[in-house]
Design a protein around this ligand. Sequence first.
Ligand code: SF4
Length: 97
Amino acid sequence: MSHRSAPASRRTILIRAAALTGLPLLVAAGGAQAAGTLPQATAKYQVKPGPNGQTCDACAYYVPKAGKPAAAGECKLVAGSIEPKGWCQLFAPAPKH
Ligand code: SF4
């Protein structure tokens, strides 16, 4: 039996973030969204890797720029330009294929 847990759902992450920050939850249930709206400061986003070398380009919520994996992309949760080697406290490992 594996001891690895599946990444928390986007909804769960946003609910946790809202609970931690006191922000109102403005998420449409079940709606697909290309870029997130959570402020970078709220997610404690940083432009360098996080603990244990965690990076956005290994996160389930990262959306790389098409054809330019080294360029800044977007995040399904966090607003704005997201560096592939950045990180925030909502990091969830992308499923391995
Ligand atoms: S680590 Fe944070 S900012 Fe980076 S892709 Fe994941 S959720 Fe988005």
